[in-house]
Design a protein around this ligand. Structure first.
Ligand code: NCD
Length: 299
């Protein structure tokens, strides 16, 4: 059976906990440096990426394997009209696993259908971003227990796939969700319904000030400009929220600020110096978490 990782919904709580425990062991340098010696990871990124792609490449290298890629989308045969299905069939012949990022929701699921090797979704349009969620959970767990925490999800909750995946995963941990988004960028109603059916408590707020005192995790996301139909609608909502030291002065002492990055102007750079700021540790955690994922999917 081929083991793909397409959505965080593919995991139950026990499976997530086990993967995060494995990542912790790896982080403590307790792993076999040659575990994936001779294995090849193909990275197929049809959208920009810094962290996700580089940390997957670092992850396979740390386990003794190598990575291959086509470079830019313009440089590969999809630019000549090749279908995603054909590209995936071909790449399956070259690698032991494929990491794919694509602007269309559902693309990773489609890729998994045609792949002869495991596929990991590194972001499909506004859909899912499971590896990001696993490293988000890992980072939260470094500061607190996941059970029953209060999480503020701030920003573009309509198009932001990291927010969608994280909200789903948190529903497994009885977390309470507080959403704050510019008008028109709220969590999709289908997701709110799904989370509600799983028993999750979700409260929408106008202002982050309204709940800053109550939350344990402040998860900030950028406005996903590339998914907007036109630049005018983007500029209507751009720069409409910002996390500042003044705001964090009312936060709980142990509250942490996370951001999948890249940030644009959602977090004042002065926040970087505060103990609340965990976003650079979060991006660093991408390596051990993705190592644990690769060990899980590559035989
Ligand atoms: C995120 C993504 O691609 O969804 N980036 C990442 O993987 N760290 C978030 C974003 O682009 O805003």
């Amino acid at each position: 059976m081929t083991r793909h990782i397409i959505s965080i919904r593919d995991f139950d709580r026990r499976q997530i906990d086990r993967l995060l425990d494995n990542a912790k062991r790896i982080d403590a340098q307790k792993y076999d440096r040659n575990a994936l010696c001779g294995k090849i990871l193909a990275t197929l990124f049809f959208e920009p990426s810094t962290r996700t792609r580089m940390s997957f490449e670092a992850a396979i290298a740390r386990l003794g394997g190598t990575s291959i890629s086509v470079g830019s989308v313009e440089a590969c045969s999809m630019a000549k009209g090749e279908t995603l299905a054909d590209t995936i069939r071909v790449v399956s012949g070259y690698a032991d696993a494929i990491v794919i990022r694509h602007p269309k929701e559902g693309a990773a699921r489609l890729a998994a259908h045609f792949a002869g090797v495991p596929v990991i979704n590194a972001g499909d349009g506004s859909g899912q971003h499971p590896s990001q969620t696993l490293l988000d959970l890992y980072t939260i767990r470094q500061s607190m227990k996941l059970d029953g925490i209060n999480v503020a999800l701030i920003g573009d909750l309509r198009y932001g796939r990291t927010a969608h995946s994280l909200a789903s995963a948190l529903s497994l941990y009885n977390a309470k969700l507080h959403t704050i988004s510019p008008k028109g960028l709220e969590l999709p109603s289908s997701l709110i319904t799904e989370l509600g059916e799983r028993g999750m408590e979700i409260t929408d707020h106008q202002e982050i000030h309204d709940i800053i005192k109550e939350v344990d995790v402040i998860y900030v996301t950028r406005i996903q400009r590339e998914r907007f139909p036109d630049s005018a609608s983007y500029f209507n909502v751009a720069s409409s929220y910002r996390i500042t030291p003044e705001l964090l002065a009312s936060a709980k002492k142990h509250a942490i600020v996370l951001h999948p990055l890249p940030r644009v102007d959602e977090i004042d750079p002065r926040v970087d110096q505060l103990p609340h700021a965990k976003y650079f540790e979060q991006s660093k955690n991408g390596v051990p978490v993705r190592m644990a994922m690769l060990l899980q999917v590559i035989q």
